[in-house]
Unconditional design. Sequence first.
Length: 570
Amino acid sequence: MKHSDPHLKENANNSPDTNFIRQAIEEDLKTNRYDGRVHTRFPPEPSGYLHIGHAKAICISFGIAEDFGGLYNLRFDDSNPITEESEYVDGIKRDVHWLGFDWKEREYHASDYFETLYGYAVKLIEKGKAYVCDLTPDETRTYRGTLVQSGKDSPYRNRSVEENLTLFRGMRDGEFPDGARTLRAKIDMSSPNLNMRDPVMYRILRAHHHRQGDDWCIYPTYDFTHGQSDSIEGVTHSLCDVQFEDHRPLYDWFLEALEIYQPRQIEFARLNLTYTVLGKRKLKVLVEEGHVSGWDDPRLPTLSGMRRRGYTPEAIRDFCNRIGVSKADNLIEMGQLEYSIRDDLNRRAPRVMAVLNPVKVIIDNYPEGQVEVFDAENNPEDENAGTRQIPFSREIYIEREDFMEDPPRKFFRLAPGREVRLKHAYYIQCERVVKDEKGEIVEIHCTYDPETRGGWSEDGRRVRGTLHWVSAEHAVDAEVRLYDSLFTEREPESAADGADWMQFLNPSSLEILNDCKVEPSLVEATPENRYQFLRMGYFCLDPETTSEKLVFNRTVPLRDSWAKIQRGQK
């Protein structure tokens, strides 16, 4: 059964200025509900790395606090020592900072509240609102009932306050084996909301905690930790995934039963993206089973993977702003995310020339040993980007696909007897080709027109094709990694329909090109530098680059399918 807040109405216009969360906060400011304060938080569980869905949550929670002149916290909800690690804490902080948010001194950990939470649990026992239960996990599930069948009371539900206090103290002191007992809230086993049917508050678990060590052998559940942590920190608006909408009555029940400060929980729809999975557990499976190279694999939707692939924090924030805020689940096209990164990189990425599948061109009438240098603009979209110098010599590389011996009618690149423009350099014309014993073209012999220096003809003749190129003498070897969708199905989890979603992994999601040639200016590139390879797409230098070979990841191709979709809709 869904529990909806009557004050929240989904807005047809999901612009940042009008979404329902902002309306709710404006209403609270008008009524002075929290003394004019706006204080939000982002509460990740440190059991994995952040992904693009978390970026949406961060942009909503932190962005709203910034817009209202409020505060925001970064809090790690670290109450499950089995899945949580310090590595994830460090990775999460790095990703949030990279995204552009600074929580300053407001970093918190739910584990720091363990003593306070234990005291809250004792208080609920003393008020007759919590009890120690001896049911096994399977028995607890059976007693809980179903969506259409009420639950039934635990036989241990009516223990006395004194007995419950003694048993709970014994749980903390390690007197009982793991899983032998739990502490449960005493609410209503007939509630239509399963979350209100005497939920578990504490379980016995002997596991080393990454911050608390072995000080505790009982750990609070997320539902018991979450709201009280918000209360302790003075959060005003607890903004969270819509999956927690059914948990809101429990969130409020704990705060009201404890008679402590009560924030307001507001839910929004989670991000769903085509051709990927966003569940942290599923991403962990992909990493641990070796289907990807790690949490920062550029095929993953993790922020570390997207950063390595060449996505910018500005583009991700723009994407999160464009998709807006809603209460209803929706599926976002991957093309929308790619649109944001193209739009950002088009304005900032330097243009360079790189040949991914090279074939040699020899300009027979160009003087042997001569080298010219041409000025080339770095980015026509940025008037302050300046220029760079590109060397030109008798032998160059062009893309193999830019030449055809017997071209179709609309092929406007190089072919026998045809003239094309070399970007920034000269007009050349193909005279003949040289092939190896397998019939593969190994050399294309051309002539050039010295009167077309800079790539323009003074006599006014026009050519249809302009090719990028790299001087063979000055070319730098590079490895280029081309990425496709990680899954072949648009909605892999839905398509599986209960079966193994990994059956839809794309075997062609990564293609590695080892014999690429790039212009010499790229020798000075550093990891995460982003470029537009003319006519090929946007690329980013990978941290695996060595002094022997540059390694580039393709961020996105140049073709913008989402823009075409938008134009078609208009």
